[in-house]
Design a protein around this ligand. Structure first.
Ligand code: NAD
Ligand code: GLY
Length: 376
């Protein structure tokens, strides 16, 4: 088992990464010295597979858990689901010393974390991420929240978990498309801060796609180390933490204009990362060969890098980008790359350049048809 510490003073916590960790959920929670009453929030898919071992482990450790199951998928990251969870917590009579277990992918983690941040003015929570994306990214760092129709993650809070338990065995049942979506965030870590990781991914991608346990353990741990280091320096995104959003400005907007149904988060940010790499080339002189390496690696991971949208959707995309949390003074700010392994945040990009990028990378559907791959 590997451990990574998120250094946040008295709110520091540990990410445990390894196979067969789920049965240790109860004993890990017992160390927190919290109340007996707790709730597991999960979704329909994850609940079917992993709610019983999680529930039984808590019961064996002396807890009285209740189970809250939300529908699977991004649309569950909504205020409506928050309300459902509050009602069930109230009927289970959760108290201030109670805690919540987020058992699932990033959707469940963000939703359950937001519920924990706000119910009774905050109760403790723990993250048990079961997707690759959640294990390397969303379960770490305390960003929790839900979407509005107008945009991704527009309602939220910073609420750090007590610990994160990444059981790599849970990834065995993850659908192929979800595994690939997780790879988009992993590739992001190479771009934003670790050229050696990026090169390793270029070499070892087939092993990751084959879910080789050793490779997965090493890569998940390295990504968690990078995220822990960034969050440790800038918990509430005063500056540095923004680098974690490489590719997210266009990616989030794409998710919003497609009503959170068409693209998985990882797919949308794969497209966004290629756009950000090409903008970096135009604005900062990021090498063309590096932009090509990024696109090639994402494509080898089976991710979309270009999509077709019509001009009406392009207008909507711009509007959605302006609602992004990274907008300041009405200006859209980008994270751009200087080279693989080094990015800078808060970059202003002229509107005309963004428009050109959207036109070239996300070509308008024309009568004769446009270039680009069909979105998944
Ligand atoms: P997800 O939570 O929707 O999970 C993907 C799908 O896989 C779901 O259908 C789920 O039911 C299923 N699933 C989960 N684990 C499984 C398993 N082990 N076996 C079989 N099926 C399983 O999606 P995700 O990609 O994990 O998370 C995406 C969300 O994370 C987005 O909302 C994104 O905004 C958010 N996110 C948050 C942060 C953060 O810092 N808070 C960072 C990155 C992404
Ligand atoms: N995934 C972006 C962040 O945690 O800041």
């Amino acid at each position: 088992m590997r451990s990574v510490k998120v250094p946040l003073g008295h709110r520091s916590y540990t990410i445990k990464i390894g196979a067969g960790l789920l049965p240790s959920l109860g004993p890990e929670c017992a160390r927190l010295k919290l109340g007996a009453r707790c709730a597991i929030i999960t979704d329909t898919n994850v609940g079917r597979k992993f709610a019983k071992p999680a529930f039984d482990s808590l019961v064996r450790a002396g807890f009285e858990p209740s189970l809250i199951v939300v529908p699977a998928g991004e649309t569950a990251k909504s205020l409506r689901s928050v309300q459902t969870c509050y009602d069930q917590l109230a009927s289970h009579r959760l108290e201030r010393k109670s805690f919540i277990v987020a058992l699932g992918g990033g959707v469940v983690g963000d939703l359950a974390g937001f519920v924990a941040a706000t119910y009774l003015r905050a109760v403790a929570f723990v993250q048990v991420p079961t997707t690759l994306l959640a294990q390397v990214d969303s379960s770490v760092g305390g960003k929790v929240g839900v979407n509005l129709k107008a945009g991704k993650n527009l309602v939220g809070a910073f609420h750090q978990p007590q610990f994160v338990l990444c059981d790599l065995d849970t990834l065995r049942t993850l659908p192929e498309r979800e595994l690939r979506a997780g790879l988009a965030e992993i590739i992001k870590y190479g771009i934003i801060s670790d050229a050696a990781l990026f090169a390793k991914l270029e070499r070892e991608l087939p092993k990751l796609l084959a879910r080789d346990p050793k490779t997965l353990a090493a890569v998940v741990a390295r990504c968690c180390e990078i995220k822990a280091e960034v969050v440790g320096q800038d918990e509430t995104e005063g500056g540095l933490r923004a680098i974690l959003n490489f590719g997210h400005t266009i990616g989030h907007a794409l998710e919003a204009i497609s009503s959170y149904g068409k693209y998985l988060h990882g797919e949308a940010i794969a497209i966004g990362q290629v756009a950000a790499a090409e903008l970096s080339r135009d604005v900062l002189g990021f090498p063309v060969s590096d932009a090509e390496r990024i696109q090639t690696l994402l494509e080898r991971a089976g991710l979309p890098t270009r999509v077709k949208i019509n001009s009406r959707q392009q207008t909507k995309l711009f509007a959605a980008m302006k609602l992004d949390k990274k907008v300041s003074g009405g200006e859209i700010k980008f994270v751009l790359a200087e080279r693989i392994g080094k990015v800078v945040w808060g970059q202003k990009v002229p509107a005309a350049l963004i428009a050109r990028q959207i036109n070239s990378q996300i070509p308008t559907t024309s009568k004769r048809g446009a270039a680009g791959s069909t979105p998944k």
